[in-house]
Design a binder for this molecule. Structure first.
Ligand SMILES: Nc1ncnc2c1ncn2[C@@H]1O[C@H](COP(=O)(O)OP(=O)(O)O)[C@@H](O)[C@H]1O
Ligand SMILES: [Mg+2]
Length: 333
């Protein structure tokens, strides 16, 4: 399977200015040297606490904000500085669905205009009748009724507005979609419907998703592969089974232990690992392992820089302390 998205050593730093003559005091290291690939047709879930840099990753790889360093290869080509026709093509092929459809949908545009805008800009329609047919078809697919086409976003419920956002994103027949907390603002009952719609569309259209969420159960439902972020870095990455059944990084273990248990067996087996301290800020973050200050296994050596290394079968982890500790105690992890 080919890699549709390849991110190499991506960094995104935001300067923090201050002082009398407004000089740069330091940098928020929102994304600090992360690399990953997504194979065509797969869903990579990107999970981590609020503020760890997930949205910045999504925005940077879509070219909505320039990278500070690193490479973003889409279908094998570097997209930095793409212009003219290339940029036009990338705009068609890559789309995003945001958390809050109310602020991302122009309130003065009707549903019809919102859905048709991209298709018209990309010259993908052959006259009015064709456009109307395509809009109708998309609305039906996304669980909306064509007779609602002349209404405005505020006349819809949150779940329906997210259906409009999805129809709008899929209208240009993209290849790659970033879903940034796409269901996080919805009621739980509606969440299930929208997540099913996203999954159905992904399967039907053979889409590739970068699925960003702070919610582990949602990531678990929709992803094939999972990357766990902590303070601007990926600390662990692997298939869904590797991450959820054999979490190796102390942070992933703590995150999973804080998620609710559903089955009796899960409840019985669940050990809660309480994290001490708060999430530090990515403004001048600690040297070496960024998680060390909250880690139950931290040792003085953790002050040294850590790198993501392979455990087995592509399962990547930044720290082996948890496994070493388990091995010492004779436990299997
Ligand atoms: N435009 C910006 N200017 C300065 N700092 C920013 C900007 N956007 C995001 N940040 C900071 O970068 C960090 C990561 O933010 P974000 O990517 O939104 O995290 P997440 O999506 O995981 O909640 C946060 O500390 C945030 O305050
Ligand atoms: Mg975010």
């Amino acid at each position: 399977m080919e890699n549709i998205m390849e991110v190499q050593h991506l960094k995104k730093y935001f300067p923090v200015k201050g002082g009398f003559v407004s000089h740069t005091l330091g940098y928020v290291q929102a994304v600090d040297d992360i690399s990953f690939t997504i194979k065509k047709g797969r869903v990579l879930g990107l999970v981590g606490e609020s503020g760890c840099g997930k949205s910045t990753v999504g925005r940077t790889i879509l070219g909505l904000t320039p990278a500070t360093e690193g490479k973003i290869l889409f279908e094998g080509e570097d997209i930095a500085g793409a212009k003219g026709e290339k940029q036009h093509e990338i705009r068609r092929k890559m789309q995003i669905v945001f958390q809050d459809p109310y602020s991302s949908l122009d309130p003065r545009m009707t549903v019809y205009d919102l859905i048709s805008e991209g298709m018209v800009a990309q010259k993908m329609v052959d006259g009015r009748a064709d456009l109307e047919e395509k809009v109708n078809e998309l609305m039906l697919k996304c669980g909306l009724f064509p007779e609602q086409a002349n209404r405005y976003p505020h006349q819809f419920s949150g779940g329906q507005r997210q259906r409009i956002s999805i129809a709008r994103a899929l209208a240009t027949r993209p290849e790659f979609v970033v879903c940034d907390e796409a269901v996080s603002a919805l009621d739980v009952s509606i969440q299930a419907q929208i997540i099913n719609l996203l999954k159905d569309m992904q399967e039907e259209m053979g889409l590739t998703y970068l699925f960003i969420s702070h919610d582990l159960s949602i990531v678990r439902f929709i992803s094939d592969d999972v990357a766990v972020m902590y303070l601007g870095q990926i600390v662990e990455m692997g298939t869904k089974a590797q991450i959820f059944d054999h979490p190796a990084h102390p942070y992933t273990q703590a995150l999973l232990s804080a998620a609710p248990a559903f089955t009796k067996k899960e409840k019985r087996e669940k050990k809660r690992i309480l994290l001490e301290g708060d999430l530090p800020t990515p403004y001048n973050p600690p040297k070496g392992c960024r998680f060390a200050g909250r880690c139950p296994y931290a040792k003085p050596e953790c002050q040294e820089v850590q790198e993501l290394t392979e455990l087995e079968d592509g399962h990547m982890v930044m720290c082996r302390r948890a496994q070493e500790e388990a091995r010492r105690k004779g436990e299997r992890i």
